[in-house]
Design a protein around this ligand. Structure first.
Ligand code: F3S
Length: 411
């Protein structure tokens, strides 16, 4: 790789040991990925949590940089933590687990991270602008940043993001290059009008595209301008978790696809796929691992709920009581919770018997200690990870169906 004078100086250790180590990591990654040079980055997003068995590795990495007096020189937001920030004791979190989870937060704090604890910084006023080069860990954030915001992001590991934040540099490869952002597969609708699509339809389409396309960049032709940011958010998150989709274009909706021709840069798609009512029905059925029955819990807010989603939930729960045997956890971030408190939405939701959890989520916190056998969710990403993380059966449904089932006690 060709390095600038400044980058050479960092690689030689003239800017300190943290920068030397970080530059060494970035050069190795750059060489492995065929990058010709580095570029500047001004925004990063790191993980603070992971499965308990990986906590120690993550702690070791951060401790290394802290012991060297390292600092995040680039503004660095954080993914959700491994436990609810204030009320973790109400979540059956074992003390040993909590100690490690808090250690991760403390280490990130010492490096100078922004403690937003959310996978949706772009809904907290902390997202990138069009064309900005960023280094991010969270797959749902990567796909949103690339597709909806037009930022330049790759799916990157924690060590790369930390190194990028310490040096302010990232290797120029992958989706940071314009030529790699061109759509490859055309997605059309047959026998179905996307106009009246609901959130569950976008979530289902995302899951289908992830399963069907892996690493490809789909160009979806047919969405209306009325599609919301939250619907694009859950569609991307579903595609990114079921497959490795890191970017999509939606013609007339996302910024690099004002036309179909622009999305394909004038080239022909290598494949065209059609989504019809049957595809939607079959995919919805595949997302569930259970056809229904008695429920132990409803888990929503993956990705973290926005204030619009919280408000919708509070409208649905207004005046209702969740079945006494069903736990209902809603995951969001501190800013959204503050708004929800101010609007009275939290009170409505919690009066119905649900719990608004802040700064963590169902996948990154140890929900398994509840011993749930069957849960319901409105998120394909939660449905996909829950059988692995919690060991429970999952029913996938719309938020309206989740609320109905929670009140009834079964799906
Ligand atoms: Fe966010 Fe956790 Fe889902 S990090 S995308 S709420 S698994």
């Amino acid at each position: 790789m060709e390095l600038t004078g400044q980058e050479e100086a960092m690689a030689r250790g003239e800017r300190g040991e943290p920068a030397r180590l970080a530059m060494q990591i970035l050069v190795k990654i750059g060489e492995a990925c065929g990058a010709a040079r580095m570029v500047e980055t001004k925004r990063c997003h790191a993980m603070t949590s992971m499965a308990p068995e990986l906590h120690q590795a993550r702690i070791d990495l951060l401790e290394k940089f802290v012991s060297l007096d390292g600092r995040y020189h680039v503004p660095t937001t954080l993914d959700p933590a491994s436990l609810d920030l204030k009320r973790w004791r109400e979540f059956k979190v074992p003390a040993g687990y909590a100690a490690k989870a808090k250690k991760l937060l403390e280490l990130n704090d010492r490096l100078g991270a922004i403690p937003n604890y959310s996978c949706v910084p772009y809904q907290q006023g902390l997202g990138p602008r069009f064309g900005e080069v960023v280094s991010l860990t969270e797959s749902s954030y990567v796909v949103y940043a690339n597709s909806v915001l037009g930022a330049r992001a790759n799916r990157e590991a924690q060590g790369i993001v930390i190194s990028a934040s310490i040096t302010g540099r990232v290797p120029l490869y992958g989706l940071r290059l314009k030529e790699n952002r061109i759509g490859s597969v055309l997605v059309k609708f047959a026998g179905i009008d996307p106009g009246p699509f609901k959130t569950i339809d976008y979530a289902t389409i995302g899951y289908y595209l992830g399963a069907r396309l892996g690493h490809e960049i789909p160009v979806i032709d047919g969405f209306k301008q009325s599609v919301t940011a939250d619907q694009l958010k859950i569609m991307g998150a579903s595609a990114a978790c079921k497959g490795c989709v890191a970017m999509y274009h939606a013609v007339g909706v996302t910024p690099e696809a004002t036309t179909r021709e622009e999305a394909f840069a004038g080239e022909k798609p290598k494949e065209t796929i059609e989504i019809d009512p049957n595809v939607l029905k079959q995919t919805r059925e595949q997302i569930s691992t259970s056809s229904g029955g008695k429920l132990d819990a409803v888990l929503v807010g993956c990705p973290h709920y926005s204030i619009h989603e919280i408000r919708r939930l509070s409208e649905l729960l207004n005046g209702k009581k969740i079945h006494r045997k069903v736990k209902f956890f809603v995951y969001t971030n501190q800013e959204t919770k503050l708004l929800a408190d101010t609007m009275g939405a939290t009170r409505t939701i919690e009066s119905a018997g649900a719990f608004v959890s802040v700064g963590t989520c169902m996948t990154l916190s140890p929900v398994r200690y509840w011993g749930f056998d069957r849960i319901m969710t409105d998120s394909p990403k939660c449905a996909y990870t829950t059988p692995v993380d919690i060991g429970a059966e999952v029913v996938f449904g719309s938020i309206e169906q989740c609320v109905e089932a929670a009140v009834r006690g079964g799906a």
